[in-house]
Design a protein around this ligand. Sequence first.
Ligand SMILES: [Zn+2]
Length: 317
Amino acid sequence: MAATAWLRTEGASGETVRPTATAEPMNPMMPARVLALTCCLAAPVATSAEAVLPQLKAYETRESWRTPVAPFRIADNTWYIGTEGLSALLVTTPDGAVLVDGGMPQAADMLLAHMRRVGVAPSDVRLILPSHAHGDHAGPLAAVKRATGAKVVANAETAVLLARGGSDDIHYGDAILYPPVQVDRLVQDGEKVELGGITFTTHLTPAHTPGSTSWTWTDQRDGKPVRIAYVDSLSAPDYRLVDNPRFPGIVDAYRRGFAAVRALPCDLLIAPHPDGVGWTPAATEDRQPRPMSCSDYADRAERALDAALAEQRAGND
Ligand SMILES: [Zn+2]
């Protein structure tokens, strides 16, 4: 007797049964692989008791990260053009402008509008300097690069993650994706990038990501030089710090990052999350009510890391 394979499917009534491609009669000489296939086709593949697969979810963030603030000056040539909760800086020079970080993917048009408001045509942006390749800071860089023709400068670790659009992240997997962007110039720790008389130094401050980068440059404020340190995130939000197979040296990397941050030239600290280093971009009277030093920032982050580490080690006992 021929064994006909049936595939049970879920129709509107939940009862639909329809034949699939005709299966061959069972044959004791049939190769095991074919037998296995026949076996699986004959079995029900779903029952009404199974849950519906979830909808895909977009990357949702708090409102302050998506609320633009009017651009404001933090030094003679350095403007804040980001949102209440995510930094994007624009540095103007006689030879064009430099964008430091961008924020969320949906911030691209806002950034271009803010550039125009401070007198910079998007086509005058020459360089894009990212901090780390997560979607809440590098999200709009592909679109801004397309709109401006600017060159993206980053180290190799960051370049790889930017090119993958945040996928296969050590900690987040594929949960936070953004339009991929290609890096045009790879830089090493300590390398300098110059434009229009302003020199930007790249500092590898591995912590929040293996390629985490801080940028320093000297601007003027109140007639005096001010050494600006744009220091990358130092947090480890729910990261696996103990026996992490994707990053066995993660804690040592954080320690190196903290030491590097303490050694930065740092008269004026700002960071991808401005509220984490004492800034309130939404306030119009006092943008920096709680100024913080680079050392204090590193010390505070190291205490938080040690606390998380102790908790994870205790949990592993
Ligand atoms: Zn991040």
